[in-house]
Design a protein around this ligand. Sequence first.
Ligand code: 3PG
Length: 435
Amino acid sequence: MLKTLDRADIKGKKILLRVGYDITLKKEGDTWVVPDDERIRATLPTIQYLLEQGCAIIVMGGWIGRPKPGVVEEKYKMDPVARRLAELLGKPVKKFDETVGKAVEEAIFTIKHGEIIMLENTRFNKGETEADPSLAREMAKLGDFVVFDAFAQAMRVHASTTGILENHRSTSCVGLLMERELTVLGQILKSPMEPFVVVLGGAKVSDKIAMVQNFLDKVGIVLVGGALANPFFQAKGMDVGGSLTESVFVDEAKGVTYNAVEIAKTLLSNTARKSVPHELIPFTWPNGERVALSKIQLPLDVIIAKKKPDGGFFDKTVVIKKLNGQQKLCNNDEAILDIGHTTSFVYNEVIKRGRTIFWNGPMGYFEDFNFRDGTRSIANAVADSNGFSVIGGGDTEGVIAKFNLAGRFGHVSTGGGASLSLLAGEELAVLKYLN
Ligand code: 3PG
């Protein structure tokens, strides 16, 4: 049984609140800001509850991005997040430049009921990603009791996740966000209505692709887009030029290395003979062509542009390329940046027919006006669908705000990798200590 907040003895205590504020920050002039505060808002009910119980709160936001251990980078600092949290709560949040150490401990020693302090990015510390036990002990002693509400980071074995909880076996529980995510996602993913359509994209390629095999039997079709399509193209021997790829991902704590192209090859060969449920096959096709849908369906056309030497892309070089049999998709100074119109059409038709739709990750570089059509069209199709929709992940949440689709989905999860882990039937690493 899950250890929940309503049954926890927390009145008046110093609470180490572990939340997941992995938000891609944006630079405006000289200042870094939070462009999308959904991950902060989602934790407000827990914070309000703790304040009502007379607690002092030490907010540990976990990590932003993937900084090199021991290296502090401005774009990954928690200051803008602390500012936004203070605005949303209408009360001061004192931010520290460290996660652990003397200054933090001294502040916690004198902290009063109702006060809030916030710690720095946990991945700035050496030992965080390897779940170093001595770092975990340092972190654990910052609170009398741990409330774990970082659903988005609950699948990682880090000092600030499983490490802290190992030191607080009888003095920890889940927060309100974590409880809600587990209840809703648990129900949907246990017995999804069929046919079940999964749409998978985004830039975090390797650890996502490693999970696909584990949910293939549950789903009717996986529609692939974004950078996630690239290892599949490479697995088919295609050249993706300068497109975003992440061929190798190392999970230090688990001691596992994932090779995305090798995994893609296995997935394609395992699914070569698997058929797609007939209910999902469209009646009409673009230009009257018939497309033989695959269980893992790759884009049929892509949008490509030439890179600028200093980042960004040349507007006038944007072209659509059909994939039919071509081996070279783009040159080294070009990149695939969106799915094409035919792909959007076909994916829309399939999504329409799903009774459960799970969408994780954009279809391309949607932050740029030239490459947003694919993601916008998928977002609208999922929003319009009559099936129950679940969408998840930091980028996917950003899509909702950009295209004004708030309130149009069955469940919006704050966790991309975490919701995918649940879909794959894995137990989130932290639950070993929270049940
Ligand atoms: C997320 O935003 O999905 C989580 O913070 C996980 O981040 P990670 O993939 O860098 O561990």
